[in-house]
Design a protein around this ligand. Sequence first.
Ligand code: ADP
Ligand code: XUL
Length: 524
Amino acid sequence: MSRLFLGLDSSTQSLTAVVIDLTSREIVYEDSVGFDETFPSYGTQNGVFPHQDPRVVHTPPLIWVEALDVLFEKMSDAGARLSEVLAVSGSGQQHGSVYLNDEAAKALEGLDPSRSLKENLEGVFSRQTSPVWMDSSTTRECSEICEELGGLGATAEATGSTTFERFTGPQIRKFFKTEPAAYEDTNHIALVSSFMASLMAGRIAPIDHGDGAGMNLMDIRTRRWHAGALEATAPGLEGRLPSLAESWTCIGPVSPYFAERYELNANAKALVWSGDNPNSVVGLGLIREGMVAISLGTSDTYFGTMKDCRFDPRGEGHVFVSPTGDYVTLICFKNGSLAREKVKDSFGLDWDGFSRALSTAPPGNDGKVMLPYFEPEIVPNVFEPGVRRIGLEEDDISGNCRAVVEAQMISMRIHAKWMGVSTTKIYATGGASGNRDILQVMADVQGCPVYRFETTNSAALGAALRAAHGYLLESGNEMPWDEVVSGFADPVSGSAINPAPDAREIYAELIRKYEACETEVTGA
Ligand code: ADP
Ligand code: XUL
């Protein structure tokens, strides 16, 4: 008998659904709604508002709300068997925050199925836009909070990361300082993940430990709100935050809105959501320590599972909580897919053309180097965007296509050293992991095989698997994680992309050169 579970992923550029059948171990449905193309009236580009200051990056939360209706409509039209779904969970882009007024709780509880979600919720926002993970405009607030908590090391020990511009605490502090009246009108602050979970459950949802760890507000060891961090961030903050919860917590049944409007099983359980990276940990089956994945989504992330809490002495990495209860260590590079797209578009190429150009240039690119800071960068910390080319002409098509990918892979290699993991294989996911030529560079630079998965939607798949795990636990039939992910999170057999025999030597040389260029430019 089928056992269906729904996973949703509210990411930077799209909302995705994956339905799995836990009995047959199959993905039975997979589809996405892209924000820019589905809702052009908002004027977003790649899911965010263009702004004259490249450091300010916001998205209107109503676009996520509208997307949920459109996606459910699509699922219903496509016969995704919503009436058989046993539980729903989800994944959200990390760090982004949603600000709700005193109308919100009532509106969520009484969602009227004869009106759209947007019509139901238009009046509930105390801030019309949400700062998202690409925002880097809170440097001052980061310093203020970090100093209050005793500096870089103490902040990382307390909250899992030192303060980062995109993290929710510094963003909340900026909101409180620059728009005090709107902060005063805010009754609830949600993450993208907990906001979307609130829509599904029809009530204000808790924040799970995985995504809570990306706020600079949660004590990474006790997994409770950190009193000192709350105080350093904004007055009256605790009353505005929901409770924290384990990632397998069941909030209640799904809101009747979805049952009545789309025939979702009225008894389906709504579970808490988590961040996209913690969800991908499950979607890729990174259950054991030492397993490493690289996600090539809008951002590029490098992450793995840890049993114990270990911190990056340089302060570039993060410790989050895994949906399994262990820890996730992660580094986020902002100039991911959008930087690759900028190079591709500057030569009028499609992805096939980009791949052909990239493979025309030799590994090592004859020593040509690009520092690809199209946007301000998170790792290494680059405040002013700017692309630098060393020995590389701006009109050299194949040289630039190879240089941007080599730069990204080398940067990951350099900045992941602190994790102390001897990487014997890497799992690749995210939109760009379907590109074999990009993964070949990854294998060559990392010096180990790279494995691909059938779906590039590992976050949505992880959410569906979390829904299954939480449902079984709640109904007294707990299934060990190894068993939950088995058959789903297995790399496509025969998909290993191995490093070329001469890659080690070529890249040893280029990594040295790149590191020297990076140090010169960033002064680090
Ligand atoms: P997110 O979840 O962060 O919204 P995705 O994981 O869906 O992002 O990845 C979207 C990105 O994937 C797009 O911005 C695009 O640049 C990239 N992408 C899609 N197809 C390819 C391809 N064939 N080669 C390289 N990049 C690709
Ligand atoms: C992780 C990060 C991004 C976002 C969007 O710290 O900022 O990976 O989660 O994907």
